[in-house]
Ligand binder design. Structure first.
Ligand code: ATP
Ligand code: MG
Length: 153
């Protein structure tokens, strides 16, 4: 999949548009077993949720996306499919999370579903093997630097 290794956005709207573009790319991808997992890292306010908002629009989710900070995982149906987009936020966990407690191991195995995880570093050793890592950083003015890499087994 053709995700740019590095992109700099200069507004929230641009980050949203970038999310939309990646979402549309993912929908067109042939699928491997298990969920399509995006692990998002980066300081507070670096644009992770903004990216996920654009992404969910890109895959056609009609509901307004709200930050899952207090309930950890929110699930959205992807129209015209049997699949779901999961938006997770692990910020509240200061220590490594037991993903079984969260039921996330089951979500990771759901073929065709898409999972986006904010503060994914909280998963520690439980980070899934097949994933796309995206690092968000705050640059000068309103800019955000987004670097992406694939992680394979
Ligand atoms: N280039 C940009 N890309 C994304 N957001 C931007 C940009 N410039 C300014 N912003 C602003 O920065 C904030 C990003 O907030 P957002 O909730 O997306 O961050 P986050 O990484 O999810 O933070 P948290 O770790 O608290 O969940 C928003 O208020 C947004 O309007
Ligand atoms: Mg967020």
């Amino acid at each position: 999949m053709d995700i740019p290794a590095k992109i700099i956005t200069t507004s929230a709207q641009e980050t949203k548009n970038f999310g939309g573009k990646i979402g549309r790319l993912v929908i067109g991808e042939p699928r491997a077993p298990g969920a399509f997992i995006f692990c998002l890292y980066g300081e507070l306010g670096s644009g992770k949720t903004t990216f996920v908002q654009g992404f969910s629009e890109g895959v056609g989710v009609k509901q307004r996306l709200v930050s899952p900070t207090f309930i950890i995982v929110r699930r959205y149906h992807i129209p015209q499919t049997y699949f779901y987009l999961y938006h997770c936020d692990l910020y509240r966990f200061s220590h490594s999370v037991d993903i079984r407690t969260l039921g996330m191991d089951e979500i990771f195995q759901e073929s065709n579903s898409i999972v986006l995880i904010e503060w994914a570093e909280r998963l520690g050793d439980a980070l899934p093997n097949n994933r796309i890592d995206m690092q968000f950083a705050i640059g000068p003015k309103e800019s955000r630097i987004i670097t992406s890499s694939y992680k394979k087994i």
